[in-house]
Design a protein around this ligand. Sequence first.
Ligand SMILES: [Fe+2]
Ligand SMILES: [Fe+2]
Length: 210
Amino acid sequence: MLDHIKFNAKTRINDADIMQETPLLVKTSNNWVQAVLGNFDSFLLDHAAAEKKASGMAISMLSHYPDRTRLVTKMTDLAIEELTHYREVLRWIPSRGLVTVADTKDQYVILLRQAIRKETDAYFLDRLLIASVIEARGAERFALIADALQMLPMKKFYQSLAKSEARHYELFLDLAAVYFDSSAIESRWRQILKIEAEILSDLPVRAALH
Ligand SMILES: [Fe+2]
Ligand SMILES: [Fe+2]
């Protein structure tokens, strides 16, 4: 479904360079990669929090739509997978002499969520598409980090995360296709990609996922 707005999953997932296949309208700058490499500890703590929030978001989705069986099943799987990512990131934290910190607000996500429309169906579609674009950005950025890192275990870890987040980007588009017409999805998807690009371009570069 929606194959013309997605890229070929098999090609992408087997391809080391996820960036070349991304639906995103703007590429992450090299300045961001340098900021992350320059303060990897800060990035790692923020990344841990982002995985935990992704798990919480999946639970929030299934709680909000308990009668949508496919969504509930997929969000249950996703909540577990994202929490598994959190556990994997947590393994790196003490080995670097770090301790997890309180969550901070993610301005990128806050601004994206402001684009969610209020009307019931539009609200649902927007939540799915915004979740998808967040996953696509995560996939792009984890692939960039994987490319930039020299330490082999960490490099492999980020390569595997990039593949997971790329699958999640597709998962949310597939879920949208279960509940909405492709024409409704396509027009809103184009708008959301544009909104995401504008938000990203306006945000400061920092050693954090967003
Ligand atoms: Fe994740
Ligand atoms: Fe994800």
